[in-house]
Design a protein around this ligand. Structure first.
Ligand code: FUB
Length: 340
């Protein structure tokens, strides 16, 4: 049984002092919510946080998630239904542990669940699992997506039907270890000392093949530029990409949003193509309680919503809870910063 505590109350929810925004799920810890509307219903694909008594470290060893639950609701503010375990790590032939932030997509009668997990060598890969139902259960493909690595897959289907996967996360998400093209375990955080004034590491993107099970091209860099058209630098930790990519399209423009990780901001950048380049625009949300901040943005019946998490229920960084609030823009499409 689940309870929904929040009421999202129109425009005032994000701009003025909001009424208290409560967790959407209170009987399990949930995080990294990827929200989608399928057939008029809202579905949330979050991580399922658990206590595994692993001490906190820069590699995210304290995030030892083992399965996914899918949630649905008929409307924002409506009852949240837990559809049970949709995929368990024990049923993913290639995966060993750490089922981190997932996403979902739909094509031709099939729902696809995309997820990162560490393989038996301790390397993060992206897996895919399929179901005829948006709530699963999902059946995992025997191998991870060829050419995939790192974490936080986000699959965006454009208005022309083409789908793109964005992925990546630095530090514990291992993106920096692929910087030279092959996996180098020694790189622990960003590019390392002495590289602060080089362009920051970017998220990656690839178009998906029609079957949505593999990449249709090698991964490309997602470039974020500053107001002068120069790539953001690795030292620009208040603006550079860290993890948790998301893509949405609004009024014909592509909005690439992400977390800055160690500076705990949700930011966005705008572009004219799903590949970018994207120009940095601003902060979507200031830091929440807990180290991580991770989000998705979705349109429901003509209004836009931000799904995110914080650590209100536990007070612990690795035991989080999913929330939702309205996303507000000005007349030019700029997103108003939320103070959670
Ligand atoms: O939930 C584990 C990791 O924490 C996610 O993959 C990151 O985005 C961060 O939220």
């Amino acid at each position: 049984a689940l309870s929904l505590i929040v009421a999202v109350s129109g425009q005032s929810a994000a701009q003025k002092t909001p009424g208290k925004i409560g967790p959407l799920v209170t009987d399990l810890y949930t995080a990294d919510p990827s929200a989608h509307v399928f057939n008029g219903k809202i579905y949330i694909y979050p991580s399922h946080d658990v206590e595994a008594d692993v001490p906190q470290d820069d590699e995210g060893g304290h995030f030892q998630m083992r399965d996914y639950h899918v949630y649905s609701l008929d409307k924002i503010g409506g009852k949240v239904t837990d559809h049970g375990v949709a995929l368990d790590v024990k049923d993913v032939p290639w995966a060993d542990k750490q089922m981190w932030a997932p996403d979902a997509a739909y094509k031709n009668g099939t729902y696809l669940l995309y997820f990162p997990a560490k393989d038996k060598e301790g390397i993060f890969r992206i897996g895919v699992a399929t179901s005829k139902s948006p709530t699963g259960p999902f059946k995992a493909e025997p191998k991870p997506i060829a050419g995939s690595y790192s974490i936080d897959p986000a699959v965006f289907t454009d208005t022309d039907g083409k789908a793109y996967m964005y992925l990546g996360g630095i530090w514990g998400g291992q993106l920096q270890r692929w910087h030279t093209g092959t996996y180098k375990k020694a790189l622990m955080t960003d590019l390392g000392k002495g590289h602060e004034n080089e362009p920051a590491l970017g998220a990656k993107v690839a178009v998906m093949k029609d079957n949505m099970l593999s990449f249709g091209e090698p991964l490309r860099d997602v470039q974020i530029l500053d107001e002068n058209g120069k790539p953001l630098l690795a030292s620009d930790t208040n603006r550079r990409f860290f993890e948790g990519a998301w893509m949405h399209k609004y009024n014909g423009k592509y909005y690439f949003s992400y977390s800055t990780g160690d500076t705990h901001l949700l930011c966005y950048a705008e572009g004219n193509s799903p590949y970018g380049p994207f120009t940095y625009k601003g902060v979507i949300m200031n830091p929440v309680e807990g180290w991580t901040t991770h989000h998705s943005i979705v349109e429901v019946k003509g209004k836009w919503y931000l799904f995110y998490h914080d650590s209100e229920l536990s007070g612990k960084t690795h035991l989080r809870n999913v929330k939702v609030r309205e996303l507000i823009r000005d007349s030019s499409g700029n997103i108003t910063t939320i103070n959670p």
